[in-house]
Design a protein around this ligand. Sequence first.
Ligand SMILES: Cc1ncc(COP(=O)(O)O)c(C=O)c1O
Length: 437
Amino acid sequence: MTASTLNHTLALNGGEKLIQNKDKELFHWPIITKEDEDAVLDVMRKGTFSHTALTSEFEKEMAAWQKTKHALAYCNGTASLLGALFGCKVGAGDEVITPAYTYWATFMPIINLRATPVFADIDPKTLCIDPADIEKKITPKTKAIMVMHAFGHPCDMDPIMAIAEKHQIKVIEDASHAQGSLYKGRMVGSLGHVSGMSMMGGKSFAVGEGGMLLTDDEEILQRAASFGFYEKTVGTNWSKEGDLITEPELLPWKGMSAGGFKHRMNQTCSAMGRVQLKYYPERIKEIQESMNYFWDLLKDTPCLTIHKIDPKTNSTMGGWYNAVGIYHAEELGGLSSQKFCEAVQAEGGILSVGPKQYARSHLHPLVQDADVYNEGKPSVIAFSDRDTRLKKGDLPITESMEEKVITVPWFKKLKPDLIKQYADAIKKVAENYQELL
Ligand SMILES: Cc1ncc(COP(=O)(O)O)c(C=O)c1O
């Protein structure tokens, strides 16, 4: 489409809609073949839902792919992050620095362990936690930093690991958005001391409902296992100080789960995960080619800038989970992102403002006032010696993203002609925005 043909009445104002037909394969995810079906059916037919042999295989394969020593499969990602925090000995009165710009499961498990999330701001281009703000938020109570690789974009891990080293604290990666992303050639999920990730049905690596913890650290692994895997506690136990005890005579928790949780993965999910993993690298390669093609088409559309990492740094966006762009209203005479998206949708395109709630996690009643555990105090600071709660305006970049981050089409297949239509729908609105003012 040339500039002149773009110059048409917008569909929102009664013009002709640009995209007439939807191609389901372009967006369909996860890709399920007969191999997935057979693997899952086999578990169902044998009735081995609660067994662990297949899960152990899946763990070994995940660890090999991620290049970590250990992997521990979970019933969901939230539980894997709780296990990772417990693995790092996070407990009552500790502080954990975390982005607010994320899904609640990144930081709510911190409160679950009677510790306090301390929210840091993000970088406006990467949407990931800002290392400079982490440094400002360190206190003697800081036990760990929880990072989240937003929408596939790796966090800037080198300075984050340097801060952790300086203060002798742990780094936990929430890799739920970024399975397969590379940071300077290294796999996201293997960069901190431990990582947790979601593998729920909508994620780029999807097994149904599931999660995975990855670490090289034997003690973190054992603590996480004792917290939520009663079947793994045989032969291990923990002292009151949180140290690993291996003497069999000191095993009062033997056969039980210390956290009172049961975190293991259902084997229908392990079975599907094993098949998905075989094809995941080639599938995300196609996603990366498709998304790069889409963004290249929009390189001269300054109202919507790309959320991606420079491939020259040998980094990638993995499966480009829930692809987003960053909207700049000032480029279109102040046109709101909401109106911009509505106009693109009217063209048959896919664009929506959000996820909005990420921009206000730190102001949510659950991290302000809620006394979840009946302790007579807000749970978020129930064991803290200071009030860490933030006010509106305290995380300016995070808050500014409420109207600026826009979910863009997440292409799974490299179909250039079709992808171009979606870019054209955006360009058409960008070039005719004055009709909407
Ligand atoms: C960033 C992030 N962390 C954690 C989770 C929690 O994972 P799950 O839903 O598998 O418990 C999700 C998504 O669901 C997520 O997007």
